[in-house]
Design a protein around this ligand. Structure first.
Ligand code: PHE
Length: 349
């Protein structure tokens, strides 16, 4: 753990142990170089506090790259709340209120929004004590609402760019897409894909998602243990991170990976392995920025919803630039995205 902390190149880490619930709160502020450090709040039960902290550190770096690659005036951060198992409604609410107070005390050092395990309704609660540093509240509370819709639109635009590159046309019609995760982003992505004529299969562990998409919509369901072996054109990780690693990459039978999950690449070197296998990887933070861009843009930069939608669609163009740079330099798409982000952070462009 000490090495992880020493190696991390961020600005600050705020730690709070919430005695009443036994939850750990870690706020990793990675960079405020391009603007106020902003990132979602992830809430789940981690096996130990070390893995929760590690996750926060990595996710915060991803947020810095995400805003930088899209030339958006925000810095990167992330909060992770690790709860001991499931909390009942009342204690969860108390935890979120105390977390909001902490954000308020930080006085603008950290802005947050939803992430896996939290919703716009949770942002309403956090904002009761944490305003004005809380994005993506419900419309009823004056926020821009759920970020999942914009995120799914950005992933879809990225898939169109990927299809253009692989098949010469941007349409998803007839393309076989496998969504790993059919939740708030994956579920909406699936709807968009179906509307465009894609052949969609999905995997999930949540019985509700399985009922909705397999039983009600008649989609092919891939059991979670088979998700890396299924034949498809595009594999779309839309759930957890670390899905592209030494164990899984050799099993993949897809032509491209384009999905919403954060931190898809397991370790350095895995992007290279994907490239060697001839699998086109659309870097996660390029693809999944839609929610953060749209919501933050509407709530703090005065964007209209039409403008937000236009900005989110531009994710497809940014991805085109990433692919082109990777080609020109003979590097991985991950390295290309990193180069563009770093150039912005250094003020070169
Ligand atoms: N979960 C979002 C992301 O990873 C974080 C976010 C959402 C930030 C909404 C701001 C507003 O990009």
């Amino acid at each position: 753990m000490e090495t992880a902390l020493k190696d991390w190149d961020g600005e600050a880490i705020v730690v709070r142990y919430d005695r009443l619930t036994g939850a750990w709160i870690f706020i990793a502020v990675h960079s405020s170089r391009l603007g106020p450090a902003t990132g979602g709040t992830r809430l789940k039960a981690y096996p130990d506090y070390q893995s929760a902290l590690q996750d926060a550190l990595r996710l915060a770096v991803g947020m810095t790259c995400k805003f930088a690659v899209h030339d958006f005036p925000r810095g990167g951060a992330k909060a992770v709340i690790s709860t001991p198992g499931l909390l009942d409604r009342q204690s969860r609410r108390g935890l979120l209120l105390r977390y909001g107070t902490l954000i308020r005390q930080l006085n603008g050092m950290f802005y947050t929004g939803p992430d896996s395990g939290t919703s716009s309704e949770d942002m309403d609660v956090i904002a009761e004590t944490g305003a004005p540093y809380v994005h993506s509240r419900t419309a009823a509370r004056g926020g821009a609402g759920d970020s999942g819709l914009a995120t799914s639109l950005g992933v879809f635009a990225a898939m169109q760019t990927t299809c253009e590159r692989l098949f010469g046309g941007a349409s998803l019609k007839g393309r076989r897409v496998l969504a790993q995760g059919a939740g708030s982003v994956g579920g909406r992505l699936i709807e968009r894909l179906l509307a465009d004529g894609a052949v969609v299969s999905f995997s999930d562990v949540d019985p509700n998602a399985i009922r909705r998409f397999r039983d009600e919509r008649g989609l092919a369901f891939v059991p979670p243990e088979d998700v890396f072996d299924a034949d498809c054109d595009i594999f779309a990780p839309c759930a957890m991170g670390n899905v592209l690693n030494r164990q899984t990459i050799p099993r993949l039978k897809c032509q491209a990976v384009v999905g919403a999950a954060n931190n898809q690449i397991g370790a350095e070197g895995d992007a290279e392995t994907l490239r060697e296998r001839g699998i086109l990887y659309a870097p996660d933070y390029v693809v999944n920025a839609g929610g953060a861009l749209a919501i933050t843009g509407m709530e703090s930069l005065g964007w209209s919803s039409a403008q937000a939608e236009q900005e989110v669609r531009r994710i497809g163009d940014t991805l085109k630039r990433v692919f082109a740079l990777a080609d020109a330099e003979g590097i991985t798409t991950e390295a290309a995205a990193r180069r563009i982000a770093e150039a912005r952070l250094q003020g070169w462009t």
